[in-house]
Design a protein around this ligand. Structure first.
Ligand code: NAD
Length: 522
């Protein structure tokens, strides 16, 4: 039978326990630097996944609410787009200082609505902060080029200008970090933004909006539109929205991409993932086991860069599984505010969906090595619990392999050779992240070359690029061709212009007169 999981002791002390989660009854929109309840009567429930209790209700925008918020962003875009680089950079620095000083508050809000452990939530904020720090250098990033005398008396320079209003639509799993991949760069480049948070954990962005106000951001530059599909569709259809940055599941990413591009918008739509971790026979198996457990079960597997498939090459599988199982027995599952390793899943429906994939894996004949379905967390009977789960002998036809489960379920697929492993990865429709564990530099080099995935880790299980590189996958993990943040982000949120100018003195450089042939240079 499956080993019993260690539960998180409720008496455990954790430094952030004193932080107050946001407990307002109504999570509103934010427009022109103020909360706005909207006119729609539709509401959604916000739940604490560790207790199962409803903690707030969130406004769900209708089309009129969306129009109101987008109109404010469009008004502000005119002046913000013409504001000086120095003004924008100074506000960005102030926002960075405020966020850094108060990041534990934001982490507590994330844990209260998402469920992830507090140190994990703090890690999320820190990785988002890195994009703000990158955007503080926007005056440098927006510099154009200049060429003197491309032809006699003629100079050329290039510039990049903001797009206008940008819509940012984000998923539940990183309520603070994922929007931060986009809005610091969009705002720093002179755009205004309307951010649509996930309705499951909407408070983090409202808190962020207040922080922008404190940092001195003018009215209408950072706006929050709460809601569901109606809010998303309003952004996709509005003629005042120039571009959309979306992150979420693949079917919705594809829908957003198709509808928004049909409406003439620039779109980057990041989708789902199924990330493999390849273990070569020469790898350090303790390093492998630590990495697999951390990347498989961190944030309860609700990360787009989580490892969900462990591909063992050659004879290492039994040894790796034994080491992983030992480590899983030490994981503490419980309320994320109490210093546990792993929190609950985000909703009861999602917990049940993940459990149904585990049922299907058993039925399909995979070997259930550790079963997390029956976990009981003391004093939190109504939380959305599902413990870390491990399958062996998974084959590529099983749903536990084909579907993005987005929960704490790690599947081991055994293959014979390196080539089999790479073919498996490349046959998968997703191409977000992948990792290889080996001591062989030649294999690692081949792997980088061979694998059709956007983000690759060599002995690194969650290779999330730094802010000054760009984040994004291949294939069904990205619709559009712009990855998030880094130079690609700056490019996405700006439009290029090239200016050719002739300011010649007619005395020394007279007009060449009528010449209807296509102009060439001399
Ligand atoms: P989701 O696709 O259900 O929701 C994402 C956003 O789309 C939310 O704001 C939601 O309100 C909205 N939405 C949902 N259904 C919609 C519909 N029918 N029409 C219009 N809008 C709709 O995703 P989720 O469950 O919130 O997040 C988990 C997913 O996000 C996973 O698939 C995960 O892999 C993916 N993700 C990907 C990345 C990445 O970088 N590629 C990062 C984080 C999460």
């Amino acid at each position: 039978s499956a080993p019993r999981l260690t539960l998180c002791p409720l008496s455990a002390h954790h430094g952030y326990q004193t932080m107050k989660p946001m407990t307002e009854a109504l999570v509103e929109h934010w427009v022109d630097n103020a909360r706005y309840p909207g006119t729609s009567a539709r509401r959604g429930a916000v739940t604490n996944p560790a207790t199962g209790k409803v903690t707030a209700s969130v406004c769900f925008a209708d089309e009129a609410d969306a129009r109101h918020v987008i109109a404010a962003a469009a008004r502000a875009a005119r002046s913000w787009g013409r504001s000086s680089l120095t003004t924008r950079a100074r506000i960005m620095f102030r926002f960075r200082e405020l966020l850094n000083a108060r990041k534990e508050e934001l982490a507590a809000i994330i844990t209260a609505e998402h469920g992830k452990a507090l140190d994990d939530a703090l890690g999320e904020v820190t990785r988002g902060l890195e994009v703000v720090e990158f955007a503080c250098g926007m005056p440098h990033l927006l510099k154009g080029a200049f060429s003197e005398s491309v032809s006699t008396g003629i100079n050329v320079h290039s510039k990049r200008q903001p797009l206008g209003v940008v819509g940012i639509i984000s998923p539940f799993n990183f309520p603070a970090m994922v929007p931060m991949w986009f809005y610091p760069i969009a705002i720093g480049a002179g755009n205004t933004v309307v951010v649509k948070p996930s309705e499951k954990d909407p408070s983090a962005l409202l808190w962020t909006a207040e922080l922008w106000k404190e940092a001195g951001l003018p009215d209408g530059v950072f706006n929050v539109l709460q809601g569901d599909k109606a809010a998303v569709d309003a952004l996709l259809d509005s003629p005042d929205v120039a571009a959309v940055s979306f992150v979420g599941s693949t079917p919705i990413a594809q829908y957003v991409y198709e509808r928004a591009t049909a409406n003439g918008k620039r779109v980057q739509a990041l989708g789902g993932a199924k990330n493999h971790m390849l273990v070569m026979p020469d790898a350090d198996l303790d390093v492998v086991a630590d990495a697999a457990v951390n990347a498989g079960f961190g944030s309860a597997g609700e990360r787009c860069m989580a490892i969900s498939v462990l591909v063992t090459v050659g004879p290492v599988a039994d040894d790796v599984i034994a080491r992983i199982t030992d480590r899983m027995a030490k994981l503490r599952v419980g309320d994320g505010t109490l210093g546990c390793d792993m929190g609950p899943l985000v909703t009861a429906a999602h917990r049940d969906r993940v459990a149904s994939f585990v049922d299907a894996g058993v039925q399909a004949g995979a070997k259930l090595v550790v079963d997390g379905r029956d976990i009981v967390v003391d004093d939190r009977p109504d939380g959305f619990w599902l413990g870390p789960t491990l399958f062996d002998n998974v084959t590529p036809d099983m749903t536990v392999y084909t579907e993005e489960i987005f929960g704490p379920v790690l599947s081991v697929v055994r293959v014979g050779t390196y080539r089999d492993a790479v073919d498996l990865v490349n046959a998968n429709p997703y191409g977000n992240g992948v990792a290889l564990f080996t001591r062989d530099g030649g294999v690692a080099r081949d792997f980088e070359q061979d694998v059709q995935v956007g983000m690759i880790g060599i002995n690194v299980p969650i290779p999330v690029p730094m802010a000054y590189y760009s984040f994004g996958g291949w294939k069904a993990s990205l619709f559009g061709d712009s990855h998030a943040h880094g130079v690609e982000g700056v490019h996405f949120f700006t439009r290029g212009k090239v200016v050719t100018s002739r300011w010649a003195d007619p005395a020394t450089s007279p007009s060449s007169g009528l010449a209807l042939a296509f102009p060439t240079h001399d």
